[in-house]
Design a binder for this molecule. Structure first.
Ligand SMILES: [Zn+2]
Length: 453
């Protein structure tokens, strides 16, 4: 009897060491080496990025296998052992959780997962869902990781998805400068720009594929399909040993968190939200260069903040005027006085009003500009003193310095889930053919990448 078996893992990472993707990579390779059959690449599922207590972009991982009933216990043992081995439980912020689910993923878990992308879900809710779908849960410490572990298994990639190839460092190098040739990354970007994304920031030329700090990730290349990220990775010159390499299927770069349209009266702190409304007052620039304007819909009013780092978003926000129509997306924060602010991550301008300026008329006699004789009064020519009626003043349309369209932050300021400009219009709905043969093939190529360096 063969069954689907799903493993969800969250929160084995901590600020200083470890990384949940590493746990998943190790586990995937260990299970495959024992002859177990994956039905897909491991999934790296990013969840609501606006939850303040989550580090590193709120990622959860899941593995999906096809196995025989009699292999279940062995697999579970391996999973728990690997998670324990790779987790630093002494870290205060680490609350690893693992869930096991046998059989097909029920739709209720899918719905839970969608909500985990833009809402704040409680551990109690997670427990209820786990019970309802018959998932087995393992907590190594606290229970906060349950939400991510379940949400990862329930993720839906049918609307869009991407892939990331991640290379890991050997332990003795963790914490040292990454020896990656940045020029080779720029060359790779020139070759694979359309099939990969967020390699290099176009404005500054800065290489974006290497994280900073002491984590085990050497670099990660994001792109449209497994073969492209693997080929792109092979173009990069790396001058240090690679501990292992893994390809993940992911929702990164898909805007999956910006799928929930909300009315302003329903907003709550830490949600990710999309608001459709009108600008209700002139944008103002605050200390640090941030631009703040207010948007209203039929239910209320919310402050929208476009931070300096958001570049084109901030520039566009500055050009808005009252009554312009906008769709603003981003994370909800509460302000000291209890009002809510939406930190703008994406700004779509859907309607621009005409800005009318009244000008004094030109003199009908000599053509010189007239001056006003006072409030409510008519005009008088400065030169020949001819008088004109108040009604002779003229309307001119001010040139609007923005156009309709979507404004996004530069790649260097993108969050994991942000759909980059380069993916505009791309929705990868057709699943990558994950037959046994091509997963095996890709895995073989990964092994040769690791061995070759
Ligand atoms: Zn005149």
């Amino acid at each position: 009897m063969v069954t689907e078996f799903h493993i969800g893992i969250d929160d084995t990472d901590s600020r200083l060491r470890g990384c949940t993707t590493y746990t998943a990579a190790l586990l995937f390779q260990e299970l495959v080496s024992k002859g177990l059959k994956p039905i897909d690449f491991p999934w790296l599922v990013r969840l609501n990025p606006n939850i303040p207590w989550k580090t590193r972009g709120n990622g959860a991982l899941s593995l999906h296998l096809s196995l025989k009933e009699e292999q279940l216990n062995e697999v579970k043992k391996i999973v728990i052992a690997v998670v324990e081995k790779t987790t630093d439980l002494s870290q205060r912020a680490t609350d690893p959780a693992v869930i096991f689910l046998r059989g097909q993923v029920p739709s209720s878990l899918g719905e839970f997962s969608v909500r985990a992308l833009h809402d704040i879900l409680s551990v109690r809710e997670a427990r209820n869902v786990a019970d309802a779908v018959g998932a087995e849960t393992h907590l190594l410490k606290g229970s906060r990781g349950l939400v991510g572990a379940l949400a990862s298994v329930g993720a839906d990639f049918t609307r869009d998805h991407t892939f990331e190839i991640i290379a890991y460092r050997t332990p003795e190098n963790i914490g040292t400068t990454r020896r990656v040739n940045h020029d080779s990354v720029r060359r790779m970007n020139a070759m694979f720009g359309g099939l990969t994304f967020n390699n290099v920031d176009p404005e500054t030329g800065r290489v974006l594929i290497c994280p900073h700090g002491p984590d085990p990730v050497l670099l990660g290349v994001r792109g449209e399909d497994p073969a492209s990220v693997a080929k792109a990775f092979n173009q990069i010159e790396i001058d240090e040993p690679i501990e292992r390499v893994m390809i993940f299927k992911t929702n990164q770069g898909t805007d999956a968190h910006l799928s929930c349209r909300r009315r302003i009266e329903t907003l709550e702190p830490h949600q990710s939200a999309v608001i459709t409304g009108r600008v209700s007052d002139a944008p103002r620039i605050f200390r640090g260069g941030h631009v703040i304007f207010r948007t209203s819909d039929e239910t209320g009013l919310v402050y929208c903040a476009a931070y300096k780092a958001t570049g084109p978003v901030r520039e566009a926000a500055l050009q808005l005027v009252p009554e312009d129509s906008v769709i603003v997306s981003g994370g909800i924060r509460s302000r000291p006085l209890g009002e809510l602010t939406l930190n703008v991550e994406k700004l779509e301008v859907t309607g621009l009003v005409d800005v009318v300026r009244w000008e004094n008329p030109l003199c009908s006699h000599c053509g010189a500009r007239c001056e006003s004789m006072g409030k409510g009064q008519g005009f008088r020519c400065k030169k020949c003193k001819t008088r004109l009626l108040r009604t002779s003043r003229v309307q001119t349309l001010e040139h609007r310095k923005i156009s309709l369209g979507v404004y996004l932050p530069p790649p260097r300021a993108n969050r994991h889930l942000t759909k980059p400009v380069s993916r505009n219009g791309i929705h990868r709905v057709t699943p990558f053919e994950t037959s046994d043969a091509n997963i095996d093939q890709t895995l073989e190529s990964l092994v040769s990448i690791s061995a070759g360096s």
